[in-house]
Design a protein. Structure first.
Ligand code: BG6
Ligand code: MG
Length: 219
């Protein structure tokens, strides 16, 4: 039986992944003079802010001081905040609200497992805090995906065991983190971007509690 669910935020519950993409692409191209492709974006999904900047810097010959790195991260975050300031519950991705509600109705706990330090603000704007028993984000956990810490902490806070817990992830690093932690992982997006996920669906509207229980039972 399903014990609980852990949700990544960006790209799973809300379409903020594209705002991260646009802001990092702008930083890469305007400030560092390096290209930023779809593959680069897939590699960055799920990583922390500083790891994302380090990844982009590794594509350039620029040697940056600690102060310069802080400035670039602040600039990227400002662009990101400008883009997400008008997010409302209407921006929840298909099926997100319905699944969170059905989990709550069935007394199956849910938590957030995100690398983002902006997660609490976005959760507030989306009005989904009432569905989440715990929020584990980039302010709480410093070891980021593919390390399983964010999900292990979530399961610990919910008092549940990984094998009966489903993690929803849109990032390859997040799928790796979930599998490393011993969780059942449902990828959100395209199979070719999510190697190792137990199942992959286009969005959460394809998920019901019954389906999750069937998958866990046949695992
Ligand atoms: C993750 C996103 O959820 O959070 C990444 O997938 C993002 O793209 C990371 O860089 C950190 O987010 P923030 O909001 O702390 O800069
Ligand atoms: Mg994500």
């Amino acid at each position: 039986m399903l014990a609980g669910c852990l949700f990544d935020l960006d790209g799973v519950l809300v379409d903020t992944a594209r705002h991260h993409f646009v802001a990092w692409k702008r930083l890469a191209e305007e400030q560092l003079n390096v290209s930023f492709t779809h593959e680069d974006n897939e590699a960055l999904k799920g990583l922390s802010r500083v790891e994302s900047l380090d990844y982009i810097l590794s594509k350039s010959t620029t040697v940056a001081s600690a102060e310069q790195k802080l400035e670039w991260m602040a600039l990227k975050n400002q662009w990101y905040l400008n883009a997400v300031q008008s997010i409302t519950p209407d921006d929840l991705l298909p099926g997100a609200q319905a699944l969170l509600r059905s989990l709550q109705d069935a007394n199956i706990p849910a938590a957030l497992g995100s690398a983002s330090k902006n997660a609490p603000m976005i959760i507030d704007q989306l009005g989904i805090g009432k569905f989440l028993t715990a929020i584990v984000d980039g302010n709480v956990v410093t070891l980021s995906k593919p390390h399983p810490a964010v999900f292990l902490k979530g399961a610990e806070l919910l008092g549940i065991e990984p094998p009966r817990t489903v993690v929803f992830e849109d990032a390859q690093s997040g799928v790796q983190a979930a599998k490393e932690g011993g969780f059942y992982c449902v990828g959100i997006g395209r199979k070719e971007d999510l190697t190792g996920a137990d199942q992959v669906v286009p969005d959460l509207s394809f998920i019901t509690i019954e389906k999750l229980n069937n998958w866990l039972n046949n695992n």
